[in-house]
Design a protein around this ligand. Structure first.
Ligand code: VGL
Ligand code: ZN
Length: 211
């Protein structure tokens, strides 16, 4: 039987787009691509970064620290961010132009104040599953296609975890944008994903086929 394909749309939320609290350069440019891609898959899922106000990834919750600083939380390296994607705020909502009618399930991550979660599958210490891996396995998905924000954080860790879970992983390069906190982070992230076994593809390779 031919493998079933899922599209994972990572964090297409207002706070990562223009005017958002953690705007990723060009973030909103991927929304139109996401809309075009959705009908080409057996299954479409989406993630939302979904933090409580007192989340430990927010610089504001670490007196004396600033955005971009790196510290340790509960033994794990943590980059400190501006407050973003606070649960039930407009910043955490999907971009208003994103089509949502094809999404079969939404996975929230970063909900525990004490630990961040860049991957759509597990928190950063792999302590708790979001349920995404189990869901895709139950749906007999073999190939996962990852797109969204941000290339060097949530897209990267989602892709690496998908590979660990033995999915074939395709990262749709032109449908991702990165934070690039440090110059070269996006290139490095792509190299890491490639080295781990992901395929980097262009959306046209999917769109040229029939839906
Ligand atoms: C993300 C930084 C903090 C992401 C989420 O979606 O890539 N980056 N939280
Ligand atoms: Zn976050």
């Amino acid at each position: 039987m031919k493998g079933k394909k899922a599209l994972i749309m990572v964090d297409l939320q207002n706070d990562f787009c223009k005017g958002g609290h953690l705007a990723v350069p060009g973030g909103d440019e991927v929304i139109a691509i996401a809309n075009e891609l959705q009908t080409h898959f057996d299954l479409v899922v989406a993630t939302q970064d979904w933090h409580p106000h007192d989340h430990m990834s927010f610089a504001e919750n670490h007196p004396g620290y600033s955005v971009g600083d790196v510290t340790t939380v509960d033994g794990l390296k943590q980059v400190l961010w501006p407050n973003h994607c606070e649960q039930d705020t407009n910043g955490a909502s999907f971009h208003p132009e994103l089509k949502t009618e094809h999404i079969t399930k939404i996975f929230h991550k970063g909900v525990d104040k004490k630990i961040d979660s860049y991957s759509a599958f597990f928190d950063n210490a792999h302590r708790r599953s979001t349920g995404l891996g189990e869901y895709l396995q139950a749906e007999n998905i073999q190939d996962v296609y990852v797109m969204g924000l941000a290339t060097d954080y949530c897209v990267k860790y989602t892709s690496l975890d998908a590979l660990h879970l033995k999915f074939a992983v395709y990262v749709i390069e032109d449908a991702c944008r990165g934070v690039e906190l440090n110059t070269g982070d996006i290139v490095k992230a792509k190299q890491e994903m490639l080295a781990a076994g992901a395929h980097l593809i262009h959306s046209s390779e999917i769109l040229k086929g029939t839906s």
